[in-house]
Design a protein around this ligand. Structure first.
Ligand code: ATP
Ligand code: ATP
Ligand code: MG
Ligand code: MG
Ligand code: MG
Ligand code: MG
Length: 302
């Protein structure tokens, strides 16, 4: 492109390249969702349709960005984890964050009618903010994920009790808030059980644990995702196999642990990208604090 006298303004741009070899978490959060939930009459404390919509939008983001290894969502927020080797947009923070936010928002709005067929959207439309945070070790990254899931648990126990006091106990919101002031978890469990016969443990996992998404290489892609035939899905853990993307290969599986050993050559990186693009996105509501989740899915953080 020809140089113009205006070209110098480019030098005002601030570099925002993120540290290499570091896990990148982009967390997005719905803007003013307290108001939005009232506007669209979300069921309180948990509107299942809204959670399913959040998860569907996150799955769309995971599908479009193969550099993402996992995502965790609760309420109106989602955290997306880029692999520490990610080189997308030369690791520019603003590019990564804005791409996640806009891709997520597009899916959220596009899929809205699927989850709220009788409630059309109207302005102001749903929007999300986002930030990128770096975590230098797997320990730090896992502690981050644990932090969000603990937050989910604490908030959900509070909200479940708060709304039980209102919906079944006839209290108004101020009375319910007062009732819960200074209570600890066991008090809330007790209120739920003794007054409302609600056993918190029996609440749906999606409410208690939030949602984790990851690429599931243990199951072959559906025929629509891959035309070449693959072995049927292995049935029990810990059989860790991936469907190969190499059509000339006789075997359809390779050990997952061999997948990401940096530095990858250009062709190997491209092959890995394709493999990631084809993988099924698993959506689960399980504990990600204990080691089990990560031990059973070693490919996520390797
Ligand atoms: P901000 O713009 O600062 O994020 P906010 O109103 O979005 O403001 P949050 O702290 O993000 O504040 O809280 C999200 C709100 O949306 C909470 O009130 C939460 O209960 C509500 N919410 C989110 N998801 C659901 C859902 N699936 N069902 C019912 N309520 C929900
Ligand atoms: P990147 O993701 O790097 O931005 P890009 O394909 O979007 O890749 P741009 O440099 O942003 O590359 O260029 C935008 C492209 O879209 C150009 O090819 C431009 O001609 C085309 N385009 C944008 N708006 C229009 C339009 N209104 N009509 C026709 N073509 C358009
Ligand atoms: Mg916010
Ligand atoms: Mg919010
Ligand atoms: Mg929030
Ligand atoms: Mg462009």
């Amino acid at each position: 492109m020809a140089n113009s006298k205006y070209e110098y303004v480019r030098s005002f741009e601030q570099p925002d390249v993120l540290l290499p070899n570091t896990w990148i978490v982009v967390r997005i959060d719905g803007r003013g969702f307290h108001k939005l939930t009232t506007k669209y009459n979300f069921e309180k404390p948990n509107d299942r349709r809204a959670l399913d919509l959040m998860n569907a939008a996150a799955a769309g983001v995971m599908k479009e960005l193969p550099d993402l290894v996992a995502a965790y969502g609760v309420s109106d927020e989602f955290s997306f984890v880029f692999h520490k080797d990610c080189t997308l947009f030369e690791r520019r923070a603003s590019k990564l964050t804005t791409t996640i936010v806009s891709t997520f928002t597009s899916y959220y709005v596009f899929l809205w009618p699927t989850y709220f067929p009788t409630t059309p959207l109207s302005a102001p439309l749903p929007t999300f903010d986002g930030r990128a945070v770096l975590y230098p070790s797997v320990r730090n990254l896992r502690d981050y994920m644990s932090w969000r899931q603990v937050d989910c648990h604490i908030n959900n126990l509070y909200n479940t009790t708060f709304w039980a006091l209102i919906q079944h106990g006839g209290l108004d919101s101020q009375q319910a808030e007062k009732e819960l002031m200074g209570t600890v978890s066991s008090d809330k469990n007790e209120i739920l059980f003794s007054r409302f016969k609600i056993n918190y443990n029996n609440e749906p996992d999606i409410f208690k644990k939030g949602t984790v998404l990851y690429r599931d290489f243990t199951i072959a892609p559906t025929p629509s995702q891959e035309s070449a035939s693959t072995d049927p899905a292995p049935s029990q853990a810990p059989k860790v196999v991936v469907p190969t993307t190499d059509s000339t290969s006789a075997s359809t599986s390779t050990p997952v642990t061999a997948a990401r050993t940096p530095p990858l050559s250009k062709t190997a990186a491209e092959k890995d990208r394709k493999r990631r693009l084809k993988a099924r996105i698993a959506i689960e509501h399980i504990d990600i604090i204990k080691d089990d989740f990560w031990d059973q899915r070693p490919w996520i953080l390797t």
